[in-house]
Design a protein around this ligand. Structure first.
Ligand SMILES: Cc1cc2nc3c(=O)[nH]c(=O)nc-3n(C[C@H](O)[C@H](O)[C@H](O)COP(=O)(O)OP(=O)(O)OC[C@H]3O[C@@H](n4cnc5c(N)ncnc54)[C@H](O)[C@@H]3O)c2cc1C
Ligand code: FES
Length: 257
């Protein structure tokens, strides 16, 4: 049975301009969310969209379209609705490596807040789009940075830093970022024989967020990203026909990556 989860009105208390395209919205209520769990955010009069909890009382949003654009027009004191925590989060055990690309750092941030990440690999296109770089430098035990254009850290992709870090020496590898990046990470873990230690947080189009509508079903297993995910282990994704190949839009049409 699927339980009714109400959307709770919360007041935006603080807005942090993290990068030119990403803002963190802190709100008036703290939710008991694990790293990797998400909420459905009601943007009044516009839409309800999935967002990872970047803290118990915060979401971190990249502006990409209508609803995220509307969120960016809100100010402190405005009200949004939060339904959650939803889905399964990361299950960090033993030595933990986090690998983040772009706004994918959002669901991984609580691992650092709770002292659960031994190494954090953070990547972005360019230095000014590195999310939480200052905060992580102060809190993460071992922070490694890559930028596509070489403006900070390693010149290139996070995958080069992953190879250097010896993924087989970690018990859990938590990953979130653009799907092609995650596919490359999974390929490396598989080559090292540790695909099952990888935990990947997926982004898919969602309507209900609670397992009813089927809009987030994943080929070929039919797993629902909102209910059975959004975090899946690498061995499950290796068997999927969809991961790294396509996602679906609101009408269910395939969108190739
Ligand atoms: C579990 C989960 C957690 C997420 N966490 C975050 C987060 O922490 N921060 C964040 O900025 N975004 C996150 N997203 C993605 C976020 O939900 C979308 O960016 C948002 O719904 C886009 O809404 P929009 O109306 O602004 O854009 P639209 O106008 O709907 O679309 C603009 C563009 O974004 C693409 N898009 C739409 N929905 C998604 C989606 N679900 N995943 C990937 N691309 C999408 C569209 O294909 C289009 O190219 C998460 C998604 C999921 C499923
Ligand atoms: S979004 Fe409705 S089933 Fe997942």
């Amino acid at each position: 049975m699927i339980e009714e989860i109400p959307s709770e009105p919360v007041v935006i208390t603080h807005i942090i301009h993290e990068t030119p395209s990403i803002r963190t919205f802190e709100f008036s209520r703290r939710f008991e969310a694990q790293a990797g769990q998400f909420c459905m955010v009601w943007v009044p009069g516009v839409d309800e969209i999935p967002m990872a909890f970047s803290a118990g009382n915060a979401i971190t949003v990249q502006k990409v379209g209508e609803a995220t654009g509307a969120l960016f027009s809100l100010t402190e004191g405005d009200v949004i609705g939060i339904k959650g925590p939803l889905g399964n989060g990361f299950s960090p055990e033993g030595r933990v490596l986090a690998v983040a690309g772009g706004v994918g750092a959002a669901p991984l941030r609580p691992l650092v807040t709770y002292g659960q990440a031994d190494t954090f690999i953070l990547g972005a296109r360019t230095a000014e789009e590195l999310l939480y770089a200052g905060e992580l430098a102060g809190k993460a035990e071992d922070l490694r940075i890559a930028t596509d254009d070489g403006t900070r850290g390693h010149h290139g992709f996070v995958t080069a830093l992953l190879e250097e870090a010896d993924p087989a020496s970690y018990d859990t590898i938590c990953v979130c970022g653009p799907e092609m990046m995650m596919k490359a990470v999974l390929g490396i873990l598989d080559a090292h024989g540790v695909a099952d230690r990888g935990q990947f947080s997926l982004h898919r189009y969602m309507k209900c967020g609670v397992g009813i509508c089927g809009s987030c079903c994943f080929d070929s297993s039919g797993l629902r990203v909102c209910r059975d995910g959004p975090v899946f282990t690498g061995d499950v994704l290796l068997r999927s026909s969809e991961f790294g190949r396509y996602s679906r839009d609101a009408a269910g049409r395939r969108i190739p990556f």
